[in-house]
Design a protein around this ligand. Structure first.
Ligand code: TYD
Ligand code: MG
Length: 429
């Protein structure tokens, strides 16, 4: 429970703007200008993709993520690129100007520092607004929203009411002036500090930067976007000199794959509009003590439990006395059931100690009766698999014939998980 002090002044000011006495006007749809969407291009394509193709002027974007995941680094890199063409104001409440400068030098080198990137360490939103009025930037970055405060409010920095009111003020600024605002927000586990969740409805776009700290890949994912598709991902790698774009994530994710090792299968998952090939690993070992354990990395544990049950009951892969581990290589989290077939096949491949055919990808949802179910965007998935050199795909049987399957890949249609596993595993000599 967080105590919130009711404020008289801010609420009144808001109601005046939005109320009947405000300056809004009712218009016909056709009268309203601006059919064409302008976008400021972003050099990093992986970033632009997640934004829906570039920055929409006057929009307010939230970048959330765990502390230390690379939000400041990525945002600073973008700011430095944009500052070649326009004025950018980077407001930090966390780091000194010197620290940011040092990071900028590390990212771009001393000789390549842009002229139009302005830095200030400030947490008072009133003062920040004065700076904005003075330097008239086209983009303001606030790092982080949890550090800024509205002095007229009594609650502490980072409390729900502070974070929400500050963000609302910044949104008003964006909408009235056309200045783009990027907010950085920490996702925190404690309940006392307001995380980005509180802000999701205030901003136009919510991006989350995710990844395992001990792995170098970072995924920038859009969870809300008023100007583009959601669940779009951009893939980056954290290196010595900042975040480097990964343009061909499937190739990179598959690079360390061991061919003909039991317990490995390739799934094709859709992340937004982009197909990604990922290696799924499964491992079974006899339970040595107590109840068998199930461990899932990168897939939902309940999905794994279902698949283990289906394998045991319908396929004859008896996992009731086996510990089962499944893992998505690369640190990606797969939410969609289209990877079911690959997970189940990887597990049975490990159980039987027979490798999955190295040239085969597996796509399909598994039902409780052990049947395979069709998933969306099959053509896109198959084309991507063919592009990366895969020769066969085991997929659910089509009940409606529409377009022919793409060229360059043999598509094996099966009805059940059992047949799929037979098709996928290398024939036993
Ligand atoms: P940072 O952007 O400060 O994270 P956040 O703003 O999300 O809290 O990133 C911090 C981490 O990134 C830190 O552990 C060091 C690492 N890092 C690199 O590996 N390479 C770099 O070039 C930079 C600037 C940081
Ligand atoms: Mg930071």
């Amino acid at each position: 429970m967080v105590e919130e002090v009711v404020q008289e002044t801010p609420t009144k000011a808001v109601s005046k703007v939005r109320g009947v006495s405000g300056s809004s006007q009712v218009k016909h749809l056709a009268e309203i200008e601006g059919q064409k969407e302008e976008r400021v291009p972003v050099e990093m394509e992986e970033f632009a993709r997640v934004l829906g193709g570039g920055i929409v002027p006057g929009s307010i974007v939230l970048i959330g993520g765990d502390p230390g995941i690379g939000k400041s680094t990525l945002t600073l890199q973008m700011a430095m690129q944009l500052a070649e063409k326009s004025t950018i104001l980077y407001v930090s409440g966390e780091e000194s100007e010197r620290q940011i400068k040092m990071r900028a030098v590390r990212l771009a080198g001393e000789e390549k520092l842009p002229n139009n990137l302005l830095l200030v360490t400030e947490t008072n939103l009133g003062v920040i607004f004065e700076h904005i009025a003075q330097v008239k930037p086209s983009l303001v970055i606030v790092d982080s929203i949890q550090t800024v405060t509205l002095p007229e409010m009594e609650s502490a920095a980072g409390s729900i009411s502070q974070v929400r009111e500050s963000a609302a003020k910044l949104r008003e600024l964006a909408k009235l002036t056309g200045i783009t605002v990027f907010l950085i927000g920490h996702v925190t586990k404690e309940g006392t500090i307001a995380g980005p969740r509180v802000l999701e409805h205030i901003v136009d776009t919510v991006l989350y930067l995710e990844g395992e700290h001990f792995q170098s890949y970072r995924l920038l994912r859009s969870v809300k976007n008023r100007y583009g598709a959601t669940s779009e991902v951009g893939v980056f790698e954290m290196q010595e000199r900042g975040m480097v774009e990964v343009r061909n994530p499937s190739e990179v994710f598959l690079a360390e794959r061991m061919i003909n090792a039991p317990g490995s299968a390739i799934a094709v998952t859709m992340e937004g509009t982009r197909p990604l090939l990922v290696e799924i690993q499964g491992l079974t070992t006899p339970t040595s003590f107590g109840n068998p354990r199930r461990t899932a990395n990168g897939i939902d544990i309940s999905r794994l439990l279902i698949l283990a049950a289906v394998l045991t009951r319908r396929i004859g892969v008896n996992l009731s006395n086996q510990d089962v581990i499944s893992n998505v290589v690369s640190g990606l989290r797969i939410e969609e059931p289209a990877a079911d077939l690959a997970v189940a096949t990887a597990i049975s491949s490990s159980y039987k100690d027979i490798p999955v055919r190295a040239d085969t990808v597996l796509i399909g949802e598994v039902g409780l009766s052990g049947e395979l179910r069709m998933v969306g965007q099959m053509q896109t998935r198959l084309r991507e698999a063919a592009k990366l050199g895969f020769k066969r795909a085991v997929v659910p049987k089509r009940l409606r014939k529409s377009e022919p399957w793409p060229e360059g890949i043999e598509v094996v249609e099966v009805r059940s998980l059992k047949e799929a596993i037979q098709e996928a595993l290398l024939p036993v000599k």
